[in-house]
Design a protein around this ligand. Structure first.
Ligand SMILES: C[S@@+](CC[C@H](N)C(=O)[O-])C[C@H]1O[C@@H](n2cnc3c(N)ncnc32)[C@H](O)[C@@H]1O
Length: 257
């Protein structure tokens, strides 16, 4: 992003999250968080990822910028088949990184970006997301709620895009099963859907079902691998936690009929 908004966002995150915590405390929390993402997915369904200031800071300073960079690149690759949308709903928005990446790239292209609606069940995440959208100058609302229920859209907000980045894997099996047909119905009505998840064992068998349903409905599935210049805080935390994100990866499901 050439205009400095991404860097301003990172600076404000560092100033706030490192005000009350030391770097080693955040690095320790990152190690706990990354092992929770790899090994203990069930605990995440209970909201464990955001339990404690250290894990919240680690998520905001490390995973959120990486999710931003990944979604920004995925949307750029899908852009030839994407079209402007009036609203962008971010299901399980967390700190707002993924929808900010998508919306900010649309603002560059068309001057007026979509209305972003961030939905999450976690109050801390919603406060962070509101700050993220403000920093990027994005017209946005946040709503506390269940991502699997799908919100009613305000008037004049179709076609919409529905984005779920690193969220579907945290839903219960029942919520996931209920959500899939709801999303595909929206796609049939002209909305776009983008699902992003990590590559690797941590994503369950549900991916195969979702993938074939998306493809059957006219969508596509992709795996992505992008080399990046890591933001300096991400590089420092990578080193401190024994991780390496010089290359970011992910997989996506996309449909825009
Ligand atoms: C791994 S975080 C991803 C956040 C964000 N999408 C990103 O890419 O950085 C998953 C988010 O989904 C939210 N979440 C999980 N299950 C949810 C549900 N049933 N309803 C609403 N939000 C949910 C969590 O609170 C968390 O903010």
């Amino acid at each position: 992003m050439p205009d400095g908004r991404f860097e301003s966002w990172l600076s404000s995150l560092e100033a706030r999250h490192l005000a009350d915590l030391t770097f080693p405390e955040v690095a320790r929390a990152l190690r706990a968080l990354s092992s929770a993402y790899v090994e203990r997915r069930q605990k995440l369904a209970d909201g464990a990822a955001f339990s404690g200031a250290g894990k919240r800071a680690a998520f905001a300073l490390f995973y959120a910028p990486l999710h931003f960079l990944l979604v920004e690149r995925i949307v750029r690759q899908l852009q030839p088949v994407a079209r402007p949308v009036a609203a962008l709903v971010d299901l399980g928005c967390g700190t707002g990184a993924a929808s900010a990446a998508w919306a900010a790239s649309q603002v560059d292209a068309e001057a007026v970006g979509p209305l972003v609606i961030g939905v999450d069940r976690n109050a801390w995440a919603l406060t962070e997301a509101a700050g993220t959208y403000r920093t990027f100058g994005i017209d946005a609302r946040v709503r506390r709620g269940d991502a699997s229920a799908l919100i009613d859209l305000p008037p004049r907000s179709r076609p919409a895009a529905w984005l779920a980045a690193f969220t579907i894997n945290e839903l219960t099996d029942a919520d996931r099963e209920a959500l899939l047909p709801r999303l595909l119905t929206r796609a049939c009505e002209g909305d776009a859907i983008l699902i992003v998840e990590p590559i690797g064992r941590v994503v369950g068998r549900w991916w195969t079902v979702w993938r074939s349903e998306f493809e059957r409905a006219g969508g596509r599935a992709d795996e992505w691998r992008f080399p990046i210049d890591r933001p300096s805080m991400v590089a420092k935390l990578d080193a401190a936690a024994g991780l390496d994100h010089r290359e970011i990866t992910g997989r996506s499901l996309w449909i825009a009929l």
